[in-house]
Write a protein that binds this ligand. Structure first.
Ligand SMILES: Nc1ncnc2c1ncn2[C@@H]1O[C@H](COP(=O)(O)OP(=O)(O)O)[C@@H](O)[C@H]1O
Ligand SMILES: [Mg+2]
Length: 355
């Protein structure tokens, strides 16, 4: 399977996305669609800080890729009328890297630290102190003669983003005054986002087409915007440029993104699970081998969405297809299919243990 196909429903940004995302990002809080709780709470945090003439509390945003964390960081700076400094966990390999950023911040600036869970451990300690006391301790000299010279830094607001909040050490998490948990979007919200993007891209998106694309976007604005661009490409080549329902369906069929947003790998995994393993249970690595993929790829790319969509359940004995998986793939389960095994599922159809 080529990279390109895989990337169509991947929540991670590719080069193409990065080039266009700047243009599609909402610039103000009021244009940010969905995530109402986060929006309202954040608005309060920002407004009260402004009223008190102080820098707002540090903000942590956690959630899967493509849901708007970077967008919100930019919005926070814009709402505060502050400038934004951007860095990321992987760029901070030593505490000196962080000291260099912190010591050059201007008063009131917003520092966006993306993928904060990937920052080097020694830098974390320095960040605690900076967040709490607006101070960095600069080490001068080496070995037993080394001394720490405290250096005041300008009050700033840290905005951290992470896809893995669980990996953050609790002392770091505790120093954020506000934690925003980003959730997957409802199809209606994705429709709104698509209509907005279509306006910015200058394409004529029919309402039924917007609904169709929204339903296949895996709850993720980045994927919605990407599918919109592919449908637009198709409409330019095969139609009159209008994005009608028929055009959207034909385009998404060509790109092999199905009604539920499953792509070719997702479907291959489901198909193997259903046909070769009679719905499981089967181990992940066996399943991966049968579709000619690395276990890692199946586990990190296909499985999370299949589980979230309710097509696959993880059980102590392996992966099991749910009744929805059989019906989605248009197949009839054998009478002895695993979801009938009482020890694996309770009456509500939920797996008895989530390994
Ligand atoms: N709530 C939203 N409203 C409108 N567009 C959004 C929203 N959230 C994300 N997007 C769009 O999705 C794309 C990805 O968002 P981004 O902030 O880069 O996600 P993350 O940083 O969480 O991976 C951006 O181009 C942005 O335009
Ligand atoms: Mg981001």
């Amino acid at each position: 399977m080529s990279e390109h196909e895989r990337e169509l429903v991947s929540p991670d940004a590719d080069g193409d996305d990065r080039a266009i995302e700047g243009a599609l990002r909402p610039k103000r809080l009021e244009d940010f669609v969905g995530q109402r709780r986060v929006r309202e709470q954040l608005s309060l945090v920002l407004r009260s800080a402004q009223r008190r003439g102080r820098t707002p509390d540090h903000v942590l945003m956690s959630g899967p890729p493509g849901l708007g964390k970077t967008t919100l960081a930019m919005i926070i700076a814009a709402e505060l009328g502050a400038s934004l400094r951007i860095t990321s966990g992987p760029a901070i390999e030593r505490s000196g890297d962080l000291a260099a950023v912190l010591s050059t911040l201007h008063e009131g600036e917003v520092l966006f630290l993306d993928e904060i869970h990937r920052m080097a451990r020694p830098a974390e300690e320095m960040l605690y102190v900076a967040m709490e006391d607006f101070r960095v301790d600069v080490m001068v000299g080496k070995g037993p003669g080394a001394t720490a010279i405290p250096l005041d830094i300008a009050p700033f607001t840290l905005v951290g983003a992470t896809t893995r909040a669980g990996l953050l050490p609790p002392p770091l998490r505790d120093r954020f005054g506000f934690v925003a948990h980003m959730d997957f979007y409802h199809p209606e919200e994705l429709e709104t986002i698509l209509n907005r993007s279509a306006g910015l891209l200058g394409v004529d998106l029919h309402p039924e087409a917007a609904r169709e694309v929204a339903g296949r976007s895996r709850g993720t604005p980045r994927i919605a915007n990407r599918l919109l661009r592919r449908v637009r490409d198709y409409a330019e080549v095969h139609g009159n440029g209008e994005l009608s329902l028929e055009v959207a369906q034909a385009a998404l069929q060509l790109y092999e993104v199905d009604q539920q947003g499953l792509d070719r790998l997702d479907r291959a995994v489901l198909y193997a699970l259903l046909r070769r393993f009679r719905g499981g249970p089967v181990g992940l690595s066996t399943l991966a081998v049968s579709v000619g993929e690395e276990s890692e790829t199946v586990e990190s790319v296909a499985e999370p969405f299949l589980v979230r969509s309710g097509f696959i359940a993880r059980t102590p004995r392996g992966r099991v297809a749910t009744p929805e998986a059989w019906s989605h793939m248009g197949l009839t389960p054998p009478p002895d299919a695993a979801f009938g095994v009482a020890s694996l599922f309770d009456e509500a159809g939920q797996p008895t243990t989530d390994q």
